[in-house]
Design a protein around this ligand. Structure first.
Ligand SMILES: [Zn+2]
Length: 317
């Protein structure tokens, strides 16, 4: 049995039911996409850079956490990088025009021990055409990303109980120090530590190690299974997995298409597909998953994947 497979033979991650319909409703009813999401409303509020849209989504997620006795604090931020334009979504950006999140992470606060789930929302460029927005794709993108992060929360809790540790913070610190679980980009493996510059191929190497970490394979498989089953039904999703995957197909979730051949190894691809299959079979009530209307946006190219990297890296903040 290969090493990468043995690390994946583990029980499937289950999330409490409140993280489905109630969470979906909270995001949908926020209608955050109707609020300004450009630099015109960008402000630093309570030390957080936010547009009005980000603030609106954060308010609704916090109300959801309160109403459902969830001890996770949600943050939605709007980072700006004027020079690179990385966080500004417009026609020139490689991301799908309905996928507004750039990054997400789950962490445990070093100072308070509180669990934090942070979403980084891209701001919209002045030439962003809002008529091209597919609202149901945006909602699914947000809720499935949140559930991806919650998979990390459950993984951490499980490791805490398996090791008999008392706090999630101590478990988290150990996970962060384990490069097989959480590779850190500030490593001589990837960067010249004196100048901070990426080594030749270092960025790609880091991204591959991140995707191949078993906690990420698990979380992306969970995410891909949900999105595939929603869009194609259980049987349709399984048929897709049986065929050769078209990594340039914009109708497939990026949780699957970011695992491009050449970037990740064949063993990891096989392990990912197997796990997606298991998660699809585990979906109890596919009727509770609403069908997503077809996307009209086709600008996402897997070859541009490195510009969209580091989504969902676990961090302790
Ligand atoms: Zn992740």
């Amino acid at each position: 049995m290969s090493q990468c497979n043995s690390s994946l033979i583990q029980e499937l991650t289950k999330l409490p039911s409140k993280f489905y319909a109630s969470l979906d409703r909270a995001v949908e009813s926020s209608k955050f996409w109707t609020q300004d999401n450009t630099d015109h409303s960008w402000l630093v509020r309570a030390r957080q850079p936010q547009t009005e849209a980000a603030k609106r989504l954060q308010d609704y997620l916090r109300a959801f956490a309160r109403d459902n006795n969830t001890n996770i604090i949600f943050y939605v931020e709007s980072p700006i990088d004027v020079e690179s334009g990385t966080y500004t979504l417009g026609p020139d950006h490689p991301a799908n025009l309905s996928d507004w999140l750039f990054n997400a992470n789950f962490g445990v606060s070093e100072s308070s021990g509180r669990k934090k789930l942070t979403l980084d929302l891209m701001i919209l460029a002045d030439d962003y055409d809002i008529s091209k927005l597919n609202v149901s794709r945006l909602i699914n993108h947000v809720v499935s990303t949140i559930r991806h992060e919650l998979v990390h929360y459950v993984q951490t809790k499980k490791q805490m109980s398996d090791r008999g540790e008392r706090t999630m913070l101590s478990t988290f610190r150990k996970m962060k120090k384990d490069p097989r679980q959480v590779p850190t980009e500030d490593s001589p493996k990837y960067k010249n530590m004196e100048t901070g510059e990426w080594l030749s191929g270092g960025q790609e190497h880091y991204y591959r190690d991140y995707l191949e970490a078993h906690i990420e394979v698990d979380a992306y498989a969970f995410e891909a299974a949900e999105l595939l089953a929603k869009k194609f039904g259980k049987q349709g999703a399984i048929d897709i997995l049986r065929r050769k995957i078209n990594f340039d197909d914009p109708n497939l979730p990026t949780a699957l298409t970011k695992y491009v051949p050449g970037l990740v190894g064949q063993k990891i691809q096989d392990a990912l597909k197997k796990r997606i299959y298991s998660y699809i079979m585990d979906i109890e009530n596919p009727s509770s998953l609403e069908e997503v209307s077809r996307s009209t946006c086709t600008n996402e190219k897997s070859s541009d994947i490195l510009r969209k990297w580091i989504r969902s890296v676990i961090t302790i903040t």
